[in-house]
Write a protein that binds this ligand. Structure first.
Ligand SMILES: Cc1cc2nc3c(=O)[nH]c(=O)nc-3n(C[C@H](O)[C@H](O)[C@H](O)COP(=O)(O)OP(=O)(O)OC[C@H]3O[C@@H](n4cnc5c(N)ncnc54)[C@H](O)[C@@H]3O)c2cc1C
Length: 502
């Protein structure tokens, strides 16, 4: 495991160090969970509530990786677009999987109540914005989500989006009124507290170094103790390592970095009126207002572990690129965490062999999906619920090792570059349309004053009248101009920082 991958808080909100309990004696349990992130803790909570004896073994501490450093946005669905899912497994199974993903979100909502987790700060609504002008695609997506998948969604026109987010970067939007956000750090620690209260035992600083899953009673070895369990749930994400290295190798690790700004005062309300989470359809920026006048913002990514604080300038530049009116905001705290991306884009949920389970690969959308996985696995072990089999089409596929990471990085850079280019082209076209409308209005006004009728519009391909000079069109923006020119997230920043070994 890499130390660098632990997230670094540089601000005053760094979580307090509390006493951790390490496993130093042998133990017999029904279920041993490896990893105290969102996935492992949800399995533990559900299984303990259903009456099983559960031990969670965590190599570092609760929420050490991505789970303790997410932005707290809870949406339905998966990282994989719904159209891709239908193409792969068909309409009916996609509907079932979608419905499971909504149940995952419902689980988080029910758990993240003020009563169960005080200070969780749940707020409603999320907006997915497009950085290109694709109104037609939006309509068909809305129909599919609303009519076929029973998800409450609203389509927002460009004007509505820009009334809430004062930037020319975004066009149409899909508003999810039932999506919500919570304090992500509080949630993972709240889950741990609830699991303990339900009877699960959580041991930190207790890495699992090997497992023997062959017998009915499986063996788990840590540096200071041995366990026996009827079921092992591997919820170690990309850091699982020695217990089942081949499993970790089916995940492409992607480190994602986020920051929260210092208070921005009233200028923030002038730029961002929307109070929920905002994500863009290319999965590049993800932000929301916290504490009234601060921005929490995630964007840069690498396929190696880097020190999060190095990305503070890149995030500040990215905020200024989207909202120039905010100037260059001061960054108060910055952190990062590694998510595991599968080759097919869907999480790994299921039974690898009798009594050996996996809950991993949740990518950038882990809150609802890990909650769903935890429920499915606990209920399968204790109630015989077989719905996890819906994930069987998504097999464990090797992610390509170091070559896969390099390829993943190049693909990520390419995706960001082409998203920036498509966005710049869309904005250029929009400006050209506005200029054209202004020209036409002026021409109409001139004709009205001169008492002449406007000339008929020339059809495409129709030759110009003889003797008229050919109009000069401004050239479309060059490739360099199409880029954000503001760091654009990872690609430029990461060139400055050489990769750290993992
Ligand atoms: C910056 C950022 C923002 C995000 N924002 C959102 C968001 O708003 N909404 C959303 O839905 N998702 C978000 N995500 C994604 C989400 O955080 C992840 O998908 C989710 O946390 C994955 O949870 P996990 O339990 O699988 O993995 P992890 O959080 O990695 O937990 C795995 C745990 O297992 C432990 N472990 C590994 N191997 C061993 C071993 N051998 N022995 C013992 N312990 C072991 C690790 O130490 C770790 O603590 C975000 C991610 C990042 C990085």
């Amino acid at each position: 495991m890499s130390e660098i991958s632990t997230s670094a808080a540089i601000g005053p909100d760094a979580p307090a160090i509390r006493e951790r309990s390490r496993l130093s004696f042998d133990l017999d349990v029904d279920i041993c969970v490896v990893g105290a992130g969102l996935a492992g803790l949800t399995v533990a909570l559900e299984a303990a509530r259903l009456g099983a004896s559960v031990a969670v073994l965590e190599g570092r501490h609760v929420g050490w990786n991505a789970s303790g450093h997410q932005l707290g946005t809870v949406m339905p669905g998966y990282g994989l677009p719904i159209g891709d899912l239908i193409a792969r497994i068909g309409f009916e199974d996609t509907r079932e999987l979608w419905s499971l993903s909504k149940q995952g979100a419902d689980f988080v909502r029910a758990t993240a109540s003020e009563q169960l987790i005080p200070g969780i700060a749940l707020s409603e609504g999320a907006l997915e914005v497009s950085n290109v002008d694709v109104g037609d695609q939006l309509i068909s997506r809305l129909q599919m989500l609303g009519e076929d998948f029973g998800t409450e969604v609203e389509g927002w026109q460009v004007d509505r989006v820009r009334a809430e987010l004062k930037t020319e970067r975004y066009f149409h939007g899909v508003y999810y009124p039932k999506a919500f956000q919570i304090d992500g750090r509080k949630y993972v620690h709240g889950l741990a507290a609830l699991a303990r209260r339900a009877g699960a035992r959580i041991f930190e600083d207790t890495p699992v170094v090997s497992i023997d899953a062959s017998g009915i009673r499986k063996r788990i070895v840590t540096p200071t103790a041995r366990l026996r369990a009827s079921h092992i749930v591997l919820a170690g994400n990309i850091h699982l390592g020695a217990p089942l290295r081949r499993l970790s190798e089916t995940l492409l690790p992607v480190w994602r970095y986020a920051a929260v700004t210092a208070p921005l005062g009233e200028r923030l309300a002038d730029a961002v009126a929307f109070r929920g989470s905002v994500t863009d359809t290319d999965g590049i920026d993800h932000f929301r207002i916290v504490d009234g006048d601060r921005l929490m913002w995630a964007s840069p990514e690498t396929t190696w572990a880097a020190r999060p604080e190095r990305f503070a300038p890149a995030i500040a530049r990215r905020i200024r690129t989207i909202f120039p009116q905010l100037g260059r905001p001061e960054i108060a705290e910055v952190w990062g965490g590694a998510v595991g991306q599968t080759v097919h884009g869907m999480p790994q949920i299921g039974q690898l062999r009798r009594g050996l389970w996996v809950a991993s690969g949740f990518g950038r959308q882990g809150l609802n999906t890990s909650a769903m996985a935890g429920q499915l696995i606990a209920r399968s072990i204790l109630w015989g619920d077989e719905r996890w089999r819906l994930f069987s089409p998504f097999e464990l596929v090797w992610a390509g090792g170091p070559t896969g990471r390099a390829a993943g990085y190049v693909i990520g850079m390419w995706a960001r570059g082409s998203s920036a280019a498509a966005g710049a082209l869309a904005r250029y076209r929009e400006r050209a349309r506005i200029r054209e409308r202004v020209r036409e209005a002026r021409l109409a006004e001139a004709n009205r004053q001169a008492g002449t009728r406007p000339p008929r519009r020339r059809q495409p391909g129709q030759p110009l009248p003889p003797g008229r000079p050919r109009p000069q069109r401004p050239p479309p923006p060059a490739a360099a101009e199409l880029g954000d020119g503001e760091g654009g997230g990872v690609s430029q920043e990461s060139e400055k920082f050489p990769p750290h070994s993992v």
